[in-house]
Design a protein around this ligand. Structure first.
Ligand SMILES: NC(=O)c1ccc[n+]([C@@H]2O[C@H](COP(=O)([O-])OP(=O)(O)OC[C@H]3O[C@@H](n4cnc5c(N)ncnc54)[C@H](O)[C@@H]3O)[C@@H](O)[C@H]2O)c1
Length: 260
């Protein structure tokens, strides 16, 4: 019996090569640790090379096979070099996790055009360019798993975040579009839609708009914001053989927010 096809083998990622963009970020860091703990080798790619190296060094200290790269997901040559590095290092690329993303809150009437364009570019175009580059090496091998970072903001709306909400809706639809285009190639494309997750960045936003975030917290039926560690399992599921029949799916990890 092939252990990879049985429980718990279907959850393992031994011998797999992974890239995580925005890899120095708050949600990416515990996911990267989860990848190496599951047996994968990892490129931690971030526009902020120091953050990437900090995480990669932590992974190596934990016994993982990891390296850091400075990569802006909007720079196609850097994105192509990131994918090529995985192929040069490990001869393959199995997993791409696109966490590079972000937004800027502000009411629609005064929302600045450049900020709007920048948020759309980072979340939609950046995600697309990384998917495209990864699929160029995954499709010929007939295997690949891509996990994009959407948000509940891609599934529902709330005031004060027009660009982020539009862009995460775009991530949801790019995920579905690529999933069906590549469905017969062996490359699966899914998205994760976190609710509000308690990171340092979110803590800064909460201190700026405490009343808005109190109301937002109350809308999570589970009664609290999520912790970064609580995103790891759902992402690893989508990276593993346990989800071999799952593609084009948006997995809400949101304390029940979108069940309402
Ligand atoms: N924290 C939350 O509550 C939450 C909720 C839902 C969705 N998300 C999404 O999860 C993802 C990660 O969020 P986070 O809270 O960890 O944010 P974070 O700011 O901690 O991490 C984002 C990382 O992306 C990097 N980055 C930014 N622009 C980049 C670019 N052009 N190229 C490469 N790297 C770039 C940053 O340097 C940073 O390390 C984002 O897509 C975010 O929209 C977060």
């Amino acid at each position: 019996m092939d252990e990879r096809k049985t429980v718990p083998g279907i959850w393992r990622l031994d011998g797999r090569a992974a890239i995580i963009t925005g890899g120095g970020g708050a949600l990416a860091t515990p996911i990267a640790h989860g990848l190496v703990a599951s047996g994968a080798s990892v490129i931690v790619a971030d526009r902020d090379g120091e953050r990437a190296e900090t995480v990669a060094a932590e992974l190596r200290a934990a016994g993982g096979d990891a390296l850091a790269m400075t990569v802006d997901v909007l720079d196609e040559s850097q994105v192509a070099a990131m994918v090529q590095r995985a192929v040069d290092q490990w001869g393959r690329l199995d997993i791409l996790i696109n966490t590079a993303g972000g937004g800027s809150r502000g009411l629609a009437l005064g929302y600045d055009r450049k900020t709007f364009d920048d948020v759309l570019a980072l979340n939609v175009t950046g995600t697309f360019l990384c998917c495209q580059a990864a699929a160029r090496v995954m499709i010929p091998r007939g295997d690949g798993r891509i996990v994009n970072f959407a948000s509940i903001a891609g599934l529902i709306a709330y005031p004060g975040n027009p660009a982020y909400i539009a862009s995460k809706g775009g991530v949801v639809q790019i995920t579905r579009s690529l999933a069906i285009e590549w469905a017969t190639t062996g490359v699966r494309v899914n998205a994760i839609a976190p609710g509000v997750i308690q990171t340092a960045g979110v803590a800064r936003q909460v201190s700026r708009e405490p009343e808005f975030y109190d109301a937002f917290r109350a809308k999570h039926p589970i009664g609290r914001f999520g912790a970064p560690d609580e995103i790891v399992g759902p992402v690893l599921f989508l990276c593993s053989d346990a989800s071999s029949y799952v593609t084009g799916h948006v997995l809400a990890a949101d304390g029940g927010y979108t069940a309402q």
